[in-house]
Design a protein around this ligand. Structure first.
Ligand code: R5P
Length: 298
């Protein structure tokens, strides 16, 4: 097995390779003077199973093109099999046609990703489980939830409630609460499609005096969690801890979280941060062991 990591997932790639007692393969990743992406895999032997790691993080379209070029280079180099690890699959929120005239974007992206034949996909916490249906090859969907459960089991959960921040998270939040032996409350959230503004309309039970845990698949603008925290603090809850699989690191969002009523944000390293700033409220858990466990089965 050889590990090839694109520019979106260098740090995670190194962790995964190290855990497998391997090194990342040397690749030249750059741009031609006309701004086109340039990829040159410098592996000496292509007679192998190639693991191609690339998160579709910002700049999304650039990382997407780089992924496709790397997959094509592996195929043409003659690898036996390509296993693509896409820790965060971009465009997954565009999993429906919300208004006439919009594309089914995630299906288009799935097609583009498969221009070179990929034998297996490994990803984490998809926004919508049905997205696997847009892929021809098997998709293994892993989850950061076991990492979050391990974290919370070590903390004081007395007087704690799990809150599902929107309808889409009800199932996952309920099963998360059950695993921790906690009860769950449901938020009624509305998002204005024209400007993205989030409004919290209500909650289905009393939460006064409870500490709150919320789990979600991603933070993008931060509005869902920041607005929910505001709403919950008005109901006089205690500490609010949030665990999110993918932090998209939209510029300025972590700064907003630091100023918000959220007390702690636990994320994973599915998406690499470009700045090295330290944030007081941020804790990062690595998904490398979860991915490595899956890769050992290949
Ligand atoms: C919504 O369906 C998702 O699960 C997340 O709650 C949402 O994507 C978060 O987005 P934002 O941070 O922009 O509110």
């Amino acid at each position: 097995m050889k590990i090839f990591s694109g520019s979106a997932s260098q740090k995670l790639g190194i962790k995964i390779a190290n855990d497998l007692n391997l090194s990342l393969e040397k690749i030249y990743l750059g741009r031609f003077s006309n701004d086109e992406s340039q990829v040159w895999l410098k592996a000496e032997d292509f007679n192998t199973t190639a693991v191609l790691i690339q998160s579709l993080s910002r700049p999304v379209d650039e990382h997407l093109v780089q992924f496709c070029l790397m997959a094509d280079a592996l195929k043409r180099g003659g690898v036996k099999k390509i296993v693509a690890v896409i820790p965060y699959l971009a465009y997954s929120k565009q999993d429906k046609i919300f208004r006439t005239g919009e594309p089914l974007s995630v299906k288009v992206i799935a097609k583009i990703i498969q221009t070179a034949k990929i034998n297996k996909f490994i990803t984490l916490d998809l926004h919508n489980k049905a997205i696997v249906g847009f892929f021809e090859s098997p998709v293994i969907e892993l989850s950061a939830i076991p990492l979050f459960l391990e974290y919370f089991r070590k903390s004081n959960l007395k007087n704690t409630l799990v809150v599902a921040p929107d309808a889409g998270s009800i199932k996952a939040s309920t099963s998360f609460a059950q695993s921790l032996g906690l009860e769950v409350a449901y938020i009624d959230k509305k998002r204005d499609l024209s400007n993205g503004k989030v409004s919290i309309l209500g909650i289905n039970r009393q939460v006064k005096g409870n500490n709150i845990v919320m789990v979600d698949d991603m933070i993008s603008t931060g509005s869902t969690l920041i607005e929910t925290a505001k709403f919950l603090k008005k109901q006089r809850v205690g500490k609010i801890t949030v665990a999110v699989s993918h932090h998209l690191f939209v510029p300025g969002v972590q700064e907003k979280i630091e100023q918000s009523l959220i007390d702690k944000l636990i994320i994973t390293d599915t998406i690499e941060r470009s700045n090295k700033k330290q944030y007081k409220k941020l804790k990062v858990l690595s998904v490398a062991p979860i991915i490595v466990k899956e890769l050992r089965k290949i």
